[in-house]
Design a protein around this ligand. Structure first.
Ligand SMILES: Cc1cc2nc3c(=O)[nH]c(=O)nc-3n(C[C@H](O)[C@H](O)[C@H](O)COP(=O)(O)OP(=O)(O)OC[C@H]3O[C@@H](n4cnc5c(N)ncnc54)[C@H](O)[C@@H]3O)c2cc1C
Length: 475
């Protein structure tokens, strides 16, 4: 096998593997090196997202939601069920099969795009060389015209509650419980903490969520955040805001977690504690002396808007660089870089990256929150439509939440769309497309939406921005 490639990608997560595939599609010779190992010691492509993040978490969210709905909702539909019980091992087996199908799919995709997939540790050397160390310690050096760094991120550890990978675990550990903890503590009410808390709550855990910040989902439009908190509390998630964890002690198979909040020093005893306080860029042993690639003060690889690092011919994408830590953001960066390397036009529109929280109700948004628009001093109008008024949502027995469209008063430009409700993560795609095409609010108003669908809620919210909603009184 040749050791010389047009492109060598380090990391085969959702940022790295699309970069490699697109480079292959662009008729460049490409190798992609990845060191991910699963708990059984086997290698797998796909990075955090496929092995320990997006995919396994969504598999469990889906299963646990079905379990919850059998109990809470089927009777309303007139479906009588008796003897429902949980087979957690079967649920976990299904999750594992989905992960396996997804990760082995990448091997097939590499083959069809002509990508050489290599398993081992990649280290950038000066002169666009990449040293690959295999499991047995053997080394080879690849020469590349371009190198793409896509080394991703790892969970942050909390000094006051260090992982022991049994009682105190990270998000990966929390996806692998083999029994339902009677009491679960989650540190961090961010996206990952809320999703994991929801999974185990639906399966029967008592869940306490400790969040250091005083505001709930501070990055989200606060009207949605308030609505979400109301539903989560109703579901039994005990969310404590302004709760700073000061320590955790493990004894007799239980964890005592200590925290301070407005009421002073407090503690809670739980069977498992999940630390989900965020993720940090992973660049350990990635850069040899003299590569010239710079990191910023938080450890992210420094890049410009086209993901060029400070060294010519070296690019970096995904969680290892600035911007939201999202799989689809990394994917678009990977594809952009592979196209730019091939001399084609490409760009990432960072203003239209959607965010989704896969709780029930689901939360999704794109563009600016009302707070951000207000702060920017822009004159704006807001249109909202509740799912309670949607025929399809009523038929689905999923009427919680609403759609909110924020538009500029002067130009009618859509500035942000925020959805909390059924399939919000799917519905947001229309808003992303509209914003990507610079559609006006009137464009959505004049677009025919099938009846009865959830998407009508976005249509009606756009109409409501001009007080022209049909299916809900205009305010
Ligand atoms: C529980 C959880 C749920 C999530 N859910 C979602 C979701 O629903 N939607 C979403 O958009 N995002 C989600 N994320 C975030 C998402 O997983 C990340 O944004 C995404 O995986 C980042 O992709 P990446 O390719 O940059 O890095 P990673 O996926 O971390 O992949 C990096 C890869 O590079 C390898 N690597 C690192 N250094 C080297 C080296 N020197 N040599 C060789 N290989 C190396 C790593 O082993 C890894 O395989 C979730 C994350 C978690 C933890």
């Amino acid at each position: 096998m040749s050791d010389s490639f047009d492109v060598v990608v380090i990391g085969a997560g959702p940022a790295g593997y699309p970069a490699a595939i697109r480079a292959g599609q662009n008729k460049l010779s490409v190798a992609c090196v990845d060191e991910w190992k699963n708990r059984d010691g086997t290698h797998a492509f796909g990075g955090t997202c496929l092995n320990a993040g997006c995919i396994p978490s969504k598999a469990l969210l889906e299963s646990s939601e079905l379990f919850h709905r059998v109990h809470g909702e089927f009777a309303t539909h007139g479906i009588k069920v008796a003897g429902v019980s949980l087979d957690l091992l079967a649920m976990q087996k299904r999750k594992a099969a989905i992960v396996k199908a997804s990760t082995s799919g990448i091997t097939a995709l590499f083959k069809s795009a002509g990508v050489t997939g290599l398993q081992g540790h990649g280290r950038l050397l000066p002169g666009r060389k990449v040293e690959v160390t295999a499991d047995d310690g053997s080394k080879r050096v690849l020469q590349a015209k371009h190198v793409v760094l896509a080394s991703g991120s790892i969970p942050m550890e909390l000094e006051s509650a260090p992982f022991d990978n049994d009682s105190i675990v990270d998000s990966w550990g929390a996806l692998d419980f083999t029994s339902v903890p009677r009491r679960l503590g989650v540190i961090g009410a961010g996206v990952i903490g809320l999703e994991l808390g929801s999974v185990w709550r639906r399966l029967g855990s008592e869940v306490i969520v400790l969040e250091a910040l005083p505001d709930f989902l501070a990055m989200t439009d606060q009207q949605l955040a308030k609505e979400a908190l109301k539903h989560f509390k109703k579901q039994g998630l005990d969310v404590r805001l302004g709760a700073k964890v000061t320590g955790a002690t493990i004894a007799n198979g239980a964890v005592t977690v200590r925290f301070t909040d407005g009421k002073g020093d407090q503690s809670a005893e739980v069977d498992k504690l999940v630390v989900a306080i965020g993720r940090q860029p992973f660049t350990k042993n990635l850069l040899a002396e003299g590569t010239g690639v710079e990191l910023d003060e938080r450890g992210f690889i420094k890049v410009d808007h086209e993901c060029r690092t400070s060294t010519e011919g070296v690019w970096a994408v995904g969680d290892a660089v600035r911007g939201p830590m999202l799989a689809h953001k990394g994917k678009e960066e990977g594809v952009m870089v592979a196209d730019l390397i091939a001399g084609q036009f490409s760009e990432v529109n960072y203003k239209t990256i959607p965010s989704v929280i896969y709780t029930a109700p689901e939360i999704a948004w794109v563009g600016q929150t009302e707070e951000q628009v207000k702060q920017a001093g822009r004159a704006y109008k807001v249109g909202s439509f509740p799912f309670l008024a949607s025929g399809r949502a009523r038929a689905m027995e999923s009427t919680a939440g609403f759609v909110k469209v924020i538009s500029a008063t002067d130009t009618d430009e859509i500035l942000g769309v925020h959805i909390i409700g059924p399939l919000a993560g799917e519905l947001i795609a229309e808003a992303v497309l509209a914003m990507e095409y610079s559609a006006s609010t009137e464009d959505i108003q004049r677009t025919i939406h099938a009846h009865p669908t959830l998407s009508e809620a976005l249509h009606e919210a756009a109409l409501a921005a001009d007080k022209r909603a049909i299916d809900f009184p205009n305010r």
